[in-house]
Ligand binder design. Structure first.
Ligand SMILES: *[C@@H]1O[C@H](CO)[C@@H](O)[C@H](O)[C@H]1NC(C)=O
Ligand SMILES: *[C@@H]1O[C@H](CO)[C@@H](O)[C@H](O)[C@H]1NC(C)=O
Ligand SMILES: *[C@@H]1O[C@H](CO)[C@@H](O)[C@H](O)[C@H]1NC(C)=O
Ligand SMILES: *[C@@H]1O[C@H](CO)[C@@H](O)[C@H](O)[C@H]1NC(C)=O
Ligand SMILES: *[C@@H]1O[C@H](CO)[C@@H](O)[C@H](O)[C@H]1NC(C)=O
Length: 469
């Protein structure tokens, strides 16, 4: 911190020497480093604790200091805008917004929301009444979650190429003069015909492999390490974007999944159908799976398994379980364990009611695509009531879109963590048939727990569910 007492203005004439790289931190409470970004980046207010160098051109002064300041990245290469642009231009079953959605102005986080935030209320205060408006609300949620919890998911890099060798697909990615290369292995099914549907498994497959489906093993730790709280900034994602990038591991892995799908779309001999991709993972990797499904509309089926806090649980509900004396993982604990979240989440963990979202909205971002949430009732740490209540709230978004049974929830206890009970096989098969094989008759109307859980639905969900036109 040799320069920490030097006023920022002095840097103006010699910005190159002290400038912060693309994606680096450039402001925030207790931040004493340089506020000048490299050429091509603008220091953009994220929240009171975090400003970041994002692609764009400065139009006025650099660091913004008020949460009422408009977040207006000046070019379409801005990550948040580009992310949403990519999502809305992808082929998917999602209803498309009738016009383009206006990015959220500022970062509203100051008011306290003690109960689960209303999925259908825009930041502007108006309520969502149409499916097209939901798409804009969804983009708003995406922006809020990236800004205040997950970190930024960069848009598709300038070059993504795939090459097959045996059953290994090597993916080379280049952006702004930096390159990485990572590989995935594909296990092809012994039945069915190419191009096959596929499930991307974080780490290793921990659910039974469905017949006719390829398994893509994704070494997510290679993209972003998750050894412990000291792993921040390690992994190939950070080789490309810099170790100071705001992304925590979950969104960095989601970026990796998007690059896998990019490569599947463009590599001729890969023999996988890019329109029939599932994503799964268990425990920490289950948290990763639901984030990947939420942030790429090309994922047809998302199957988080025992993801618990940080996945299918809601921060508010986990705090409530904890304060009633149960040993449930909370936001304030989870950030000390690992680097799954952005540093920008830290200011919220002791007051999660300041978050303008909770994880029911993460599930809602997957809608209307397939989502099967598998949980374990008897593992106290995961927060059994929190997962159940959170996903109950998340399902209201599917309900509002008229596709309630596109989301399933199955919570079964008395098995080992990440072992798959045979009692859930029928449910898994139904979701695979419906979303990877287009069997519209498969019965996916599943929402069950074997626990007698004390979820106060009226209390936690004090809002009505519209029928979106
Ligand atoms: C930045 O400076 C302030 C004021 O001198 C100090 O309180 C704070 O600890 C410093 N933060 C860091 C990260 O050095
Ligand atoms: C991918 O990157 C690796 C490592 O840099 C390199 O050896 C390989 O030739 C590249 N493959 C393609 C198809 O460009
Ligand atoms: C990361 O941020 C820290 C603190 O601002 C700074 O000292 C360091 O040089 C940055 N590293 C890179 C690679 O930009
Ligand atoms: C869930 O995981 C816990 C912890 O590993 C294990 O003891 C329990 O048997 C598993 N089954 C259920 C239902 O939790
Ligand atoms: C749910 O978790 C609580 C602890 O948080 C535990 O006391 C209770 O037995 C669990 N319910 C079931 C059905 O396992």
């Amino acid at each position: 911190m040799a320069f920490r007492l030097v006023p920022a203005l002095l840097f103006a004439g010699s910005a190159i020497a002290q400038s912060v790289g693309m994606w680096g931190q450039c402001g925030g409470i207790n931040y004493n480093g340089s506020k000048i970004c490299v050429s091509g980046a603008v220091c953009t207010y994220v929240n009171d604790w975090y400003s970041q160098c994002l692609p764009g051109t400065a139009t006025s002064t650099t660091t913004r200091t008020s949460s009422s300041t408009t977040l207006t990245p000046s070019s379409s290469s801005s990550s948040i805008q580009a992310t949403t642009t990519t999502q809305s231009s992808q082929t998917s079953t999602s209803p498309q917004p009738s016009g383009s959605c206006t990015p959220l102005s500022g970062n509203p986080t100051s008011s306290t929301i003690p109960k689960l935030p209303d999925p259908f209320q825009r930041a502007s205060g108006s309520r969502v009444t149409t499916k097209a408006e939901w798409q804009c609300r969804r983009e708003e949620i995406s922006q809020l979650m990236q800004t205040n919890e997950l970190g930024t998911k960069p848009p598709k890099p300038s070059s993504v190429t795939g090459s097959m060798s045996g059953n290994t697909l090597t993916i080379n990615v280049s952006e702004a003069g930096k390159s990485i290369s990572f590989s995935i292995s594909i296990s092809y099914p012994s039945s069915g015909t190419a191009p096959y549907p596929a499930i991307i498994a974080y780490g290793a497959m921990s659910i039974p492999t469905p017949a006719g489906v390829a398994v893509i093993t994704f070494n997510n730790d290679d993209i972003a390490a998750q050894q412990n709280s000291g792993s921040r900034g390690s992994g190939k994602f950070y080789t490309l974007y810099g170790s100071n990038h705001s992304a925590g591991a979950l969104i960095a892995w989601a970026w990796g999944v998007s690059r896998i799908i990019d490569a599947i779309e463009t590599t001729t001999n890969v023999r996988i159908n890019p329109a029939k991709i599932g994503v799964t993972g268990c425990s920490r990797n289950g948290k990763g799976a639901i984030v990947a499904g939420a942030f790429d509309t090309r994922v047809a089926l998302t199957i988080p398994q025992e993801s618990g806090s940080g996945g299918s649980a809601c921060w508010r509900l986990s705090d409530a379980q904890k304060s009633s004396g149960q040993n449930v993982q909370t936001a304030s604990q989870i950030i000390t364990e690992n680097v799954w979240f952005s540093k920008s989440f830290d200011p919220f963990v002791t007051s999660v009611t300041r978050l303008p979202f909770d994880h029911h909205l993460l599930a809602g971002m997957v809608a209307p695509r397939g989502l099967l949430v598998i949980e374990n009732t008897s593992m106290e740490w995961l927060g059994n009531m929190s997962c159940f209540g959170c996903m109950k709230a998340g399902q209201t978004i599917y309900q509002a879109l008229g596709v309630q049974s596109n989301m399933g929830f199955s919570q079964v206890g008395n098995h080992n963590h990440c072992s798959f009970p045979s009692s859930q096989q029928t449910e898994l098969t139904a979701f695979v048939q419906r979303f990877l094989f287009d069997q519209s008759s498969a019965n996916t109307a599943i929402f069950k727990t074997d626990g007698n859980l004390n979820f106060d639905q009226a209390g936690w969900m004090p809002w009505s569910v519209p029928t979106l036109s």
